[in-house]
Design a protein around this ligand. Structure first.
Ligand code: SF4
Length: 177
């Protein structure tokens, strides 16, 4: 009984160490690929020791998120999102990045002038304007209103989204039907 307990502890420890090792390697590879100096990083979703970082949480707006990185650049805190398989920008990328800019502003009290999207082979810089901030607030309000409704219809016609959706079985509006 004691022996199996020791084996269990050793196994758990080894699995944790391997997971941490691969997470650190992944994180370092990512930094190398993105091309900024590690000294610029003030936040990353996977820490150096392989543990996951707490998400950013703007309580007042009920918004939670984890940008891949936040870097310090020219005196600003800039969220960076990594999309390694995308050659081009999609509106969902911009929406996500603007939400991260909003979170940085709310949490750190510093408004980023832009966010960065690292695509497959180039970086795009997207301005975080006052209207982008207002749009994030508007969407959050919209989501809160939808959450109170009994039934909300999908706002897209994309089968690919439904393919990986966990609500596919119960949705009733799946585009795969
Ligand atoms: S299955 Fe339903 S909830 Fe999921 S993405 Fe498709 S339409 Fe949206």
């Amino acid at each position: 009984m004691e022996n199996s307990f020791v084996i269990f502890i050793i196994l758990t420890f080894s699995i944790t160490l391997s997971a941490a090792y691969f997470l650190i390697r992944y994180s370092k590879r990512l930094q190398k690929k993105i091309g900024f100096d590690y000294k610029q990083v003030v936040y990353q979703d996977i820490k150096e020791d392989g543990t996951l970082t707490r998400p950013l949480f703007a309580r007042q707006y009920g918004l939670v998120g984890k940008p891949d990185f936040i870097i310090e650049e020219n005196g600003h805190l800039i969220p960076v999102e990594y999309k390694p398989t995308s050659q081009e920008i999609y509106s969902s990328h911009i929406g996500q990045l603007m939400a991260y800019c909003f979170l940085v502003e709310e949490i750190y009290g510093l408004k980023p002038p832009y966010g960065k999207l690292q695509l497959k082979d180039h970086v795009e810089q997207i301005e975080y304007s006052e209207s982008a901030r207002e749009e994030v607030i508007r969407i959050l309000q919209h989501i809160r209103e939808d959450l109170e409704k009994e039934n909300v219809l999908p706002n897209h016609q994309e089968k690919t989204r439904c393919l990986s959706c966990m609500r596919q079985e119960i949705c009733g509006e799946s585009k795969l039907d």
